[in-house]
Design a protein around this ligand. Structure first.
Ligand SMILES: Cc1cc2nc3c(=O)[nH]c(=O)nc-3n(C[C@H](O)[C@H](O)[C@H](O)COP(=O)(O)OP(=O)(O)OC[C@H]3O[C@@H](n4cnc5c(N)ncnc54)[C@H](O)[C@@H]3O)c2cc1C
Length: 556
């Protein structure tokens, strides 16, 4: 390579990671020759925005196309080859073989970045190849769905898969006036989340009239309907398959690049593959989870963009490290939102932590200021080190703030004690003097120290149902009568101190309140009166009601 010519950088894949890498590369090196090879018809489009065009929240299709080949060339002098597929890599000769409308040819490189993303998985369901069955992954997919709904006057949509793409699509179909069914194979919507958050999301969809089937699969798609594994049928003028994503690894595998235990391309901290001339970024790679330290695949746009930036820097001779990802995700759910960061309870257990959790249901700002909405917030932490492991939140407002603070806390490896002292922005329209994050951290501290032991709703209900403990309902009379809980002793919080003789000191007492807080207050009252086997239900009735096995009694 002559000094004059500059480095030849080839990037395979031109959307999130690839387009970012190209723009960054040009900012770093004016002389480099930069080429994007993209097999699709579009470069740099907003795949995250696709559901919002179907819902008509985004009216202008063109606003989803962030760059064109002409735009890339005029702004960055980057050559974009559309509808060009990279077929193979000659690592010795440093060329990529391409196929486009004119045939096949070799493109030489000095540095190569793979940013090929993933492709939707289509489960082997009879009928899945029919005309009315779609994925939602590309602009042509979106166009196909949009036109199908218009032209065929579709009245019903079946969404296979209750992860974030499926749920965003389901919401879009509801907004377009279709009758929606969502079928999810695992036992709750949004499988990476804890089950109670899946239940909260399910309730919102049910309220909007969607049919939600969890723990079920689709066994056959026939014209206008689909059959479930229990033999029932659901209407399905249109079917959307959102059953997961598989990384596009054929090219890398054929070139002999190492694939890791999580099923993604292996890269080092500089995002270099097992070939020193090839870097990779985005959905196709596996990365280190910043909490568990394990190799994982976290196919999300934020990490893909940041990795693209780092890969470009290193491919042009720089040295930037990627520290790993947290899997921070947020999802608009009808008029609510769900967000999570770090490990779920299940993934934290699997990673071997001493998993504890604190749940609170608190107003997102003080209740005396108009517009307060409840945020359900769960902090998952390690009982040994007291380190925060993950957080999940659901509500109509303030969800993003809590999860972004928790994500920052995870990046800083903060403990629940650090969280209890976080000095967060407060004025009545914005928060509370003790933010829900502070409150959840207080609950965690109180539990760990034994000052106020909490039981998660599932454990508490199992013990209560088995008759292992006395269930003490301390809600107000009105709350108790409106939603009675069978098998409980009802003593409102304000009467507990005067009615201690109704309680046995020899039996375990589990205190139930509306949202958990009054349970903690009652527990402290009992503890100071000599009761030493008392716990309260974290999140109270709000959390109990989300358990599939929980049922309220008959109203009196
Ligand atoms: C509907 C939808 C909504 C989403 N919403 C969100 C969201 O709200 N938040 C979030 O964080 N993430 C979201 N995502 C995920 C996010 O879009 C991806 O994580 C991100 O796009 C990954 O970037 P990438 O560059 O790795 O892959 P992609 O953006 O998928 O780009 C890979 C490109 O490589 C091309 N390619 C593959 N193989 C070849 C080859 N051999 N030759 C040439 N080209 C090739 C493909 O055609 C593709 O265009 C969403 C995804 C979808 C589909």
């Amino acid at each position: 390579m002559s000094e004059k010519e500059g480095k030849k950088l080839v990037i395979v894949g031109g959307v999130a990671a690839g387009a970012t890498a190209a723009a960054r590369a040009r900012r770093l090196d004016e002389r480099a020759s930069i080429t994007i090879v993209e097999r699709g018809r579009y470069v740099s489009f907003a795949n995250c925005g696709l559901p919002y065009f179907i819902s008509r929240d985004i009216a202008k299709r063109s606003s989803l196309i962030l760059q064109t080949p002409e735009g890339f060339f005029s702004r960055y002098a980057v050559e974009v080859l559309l509808e060009s597929e990279a077929l193979s890599i000659d690592r010795e000769g440093r060329t990529v073989r391409l196929r486009d409308s004119e045939g096949e040819r070799d493109l030489p490189y000095d540095s190569l970045i793979l940013a090929q993303g993933g492709s939707p998985i289509d489960p082997p369901i009879p009928g899945i190849a029919a005309q009315n069955v779609f994925n939602l992954w590309t602009i042509p997919d979106m166009d196909g769905i949009h036109h199908f709904v218009e032209e065929h006057h579709a009245k019903s949509a079946l969404v296979i898969g209750g992860g974030f793409v499926g749920l965003e699509a389901a919401e879009a179909f509801l907004k377009r006036g279709l009758a929606v069914s969502i079928v999810e194979l695992t036992d709750h919507l949004m499988p990476p989340a804890d089950p109670e958050f899946g239940a909260m999301i399910r309730e919102l969809f049910r309220k909007e009239g969607a049919r939600v089937e969890v723990g079920r699969s689709v066994t056959e798609i026939v014209s206008g309907r689909a059959r479930l594994d229990d033999g029932r049928e659901v209407p399905a003028d249109l079917v959307l398959v959102a059953a997961g994503v598989r990384p596009n690894l054929a090219l890398a595998r054929a070139a002999g690049l190492a694939v890791g235990p999580a099923g993604g391309l292996v890269v080092d901290e500089h995002l270099r593959t097992s070939d020193p001339r090839i870097w990779a970024a985005g959905d196709m790679i596996e990365v280190i989870h910043r909490v568990s330290g394990r190799s994982v695949r976290l196919p999300l746009a934020g990490p893909a963009n940041r990795q693209g930036r780092i890969a470009a820097t290193n491919a042009l001779g720089g040295s930037m490290s990627y520290r790993g990802a947290l899997g921070t995700t947020i999802l608009k759910v009808l008029d609510g939102a769900f967000a999570m960061t770090g490990l779920s309870t299940a993934s934290a257990r699997e990673a071997g932590f001493d998993v504890r959790a604190a749940t609170v249901h608190r107003a997102h700002h003080v209740t005396y200021f108009p517009g307060a909405e409840e945020v359900s917030l769960k902090l998952i932490y390690d009982g040994d080190s007291r380190r925060l492991l993950g957080a999940q939140a659901f509500g109509r407002a303030g969800v993003d703030k809590r999860i972004d603070v928790a994500a920052t806390a995870l990046a800083g490896e903060l403990t629940i004690d650090d969280l209890s002292e976080l000095d967060l922005a407060y004025a009545p329209p914005f928060g509370a003097a003790n933010d829900p994050l502070n409150m959840a951290a207080f609950a965690a501290q109180n539990d760990l120290s034994g000052y106020s032991p909490a039981l998660d709703a599932g454990t508490a209900w199992t013990r209560i149902a088995a008759g292992d403990a006395v269930a003490l309902d301390v809600r107000t009379l009105g709350e108790h009568l409106a939603a009675p809980i069978p098998g409980t002793l009802h003593i409102p919080l304000d009467e507990v101190a005067d009615r201690l003789d109704e309680l046995s000191r020899d039996r375990e007492i589990i205190v139930i309140s509306e949202d958990g807080y009054a349970g903690h207050v009652a527990l402290r009252r009992l503890a100071q009166s000599g009761f030493d086997q008392v716990e309260y239900v974290a999140g109270g009735v709000r959390s109990l009601a989300l358990l599939p096995e929980f049922k309220f009694g008959e109203q009196e």
